[in-house]
Design a protein around this ligand. Structure first.
Ligand code: SF4
Ligand code: FES
Length: 221
């Protein structure tokens, strides 16, 4: 089947523009597979991110026909409208180039996550213990989908607050109980709707609020 893939292009120092590519694709092919073909066969300068190709690494988040999704697990035939698919970078992050965004805004704040929000996983042969964040694949989709996070850069953001809410030590950094923390949330729940792994950040933020109001958490710092 023939699809028209329209991609928002942003290059350093240049004005954003939209480039259209006509491609043959099976409707069951992933959007990421099609983007890779466009890159290989039509435009080698197209920038985008990917790694695992099966919804685990969180690298390939983008806005597909207006909705945040992981491109590797999104079938092109299910999202095309009239055979057209428009791809844009995630909102709320600085664009590095085309569909690749700089997520340091999110990662930079992860230092607020205490060790108790990490789970210890067996390091295997080397017999070392590694730490990995609970569940969240750090894709940034919740920041892009959230009407506050993508317009208010100081906001800690859905995934970070959700991770902090997993902490079992009864303590939260003071910024969590501030205008940049849980009180910025307008309860749109777009983060929970769009999160590809069902982490439900919105519900976690509401839980943090309730616990703060009941005095169940110690605010520190
Ligand atoms: S909470 Fe969900 S949407 Fe947000 S970064 Fe983590 S996995 Fe992605
Ligand atoms: S490439 Fe890893 S989640 Fe899509």
């Amino acid at each position: 089947m023939r699809f028209r893939v329209v991609i928002k292009r942003v290059k350093a120092g240049g004005e954003p523009r939209f480039d259209a590519f006509d491609v043959e694709a099976d409707p069951s092919e992933s959007v990421l597979d099609v983007v890779e073909r466009i890159s290989l066969e039509k435009d080698r300068t197209l920038a985008f991110e990917h790694a695992c190709h099966h919804g685990v690494c969180g690298a390939c988040g983008m806005v597909i026909n207006g909705v945040e999704r992981l491109a590797c697990i999104t079938r092109i035939g299910e999202v095309a409208k009239g055979g057209v698919v428009v791809l844009e970078p995630l909102r709320g992050f600085k664009v590095i180039s085309d569909l690749a965004v700089d997520k340091s805004r999110m990662f930079g704040k992860y230092k607020l996550v205490t060790p108790s929000t990490l789970e210890i996983v067996d390091g295997g042969l080397q017999e070392v213990q590694l730490e990995k964040l609970y569940d969240c694949i750090e894709c940034g989709i919740c920041y892009s989908a959230c009407p506050i996070a993508n317009t208010f850069p100081e906001y800690l953001g859905p995934s970070l607050l959700a991770l902090i809410s997993k902490s079992g030590d009864g303590k939260v950094p003071a910024v969590v109980d501030s205008r940049a923390g849980v009180w910025a949330c307008h309860a749109a729940f777009e983060c929970s709707v769009r999160c590809p792994v069902g982490f439900k950040p919105g519900e976690s933020i509401m839980r943090l609020r309730r616990r703060l109001l009941k005095g169940e958490l110690r605010v520190e710092g």
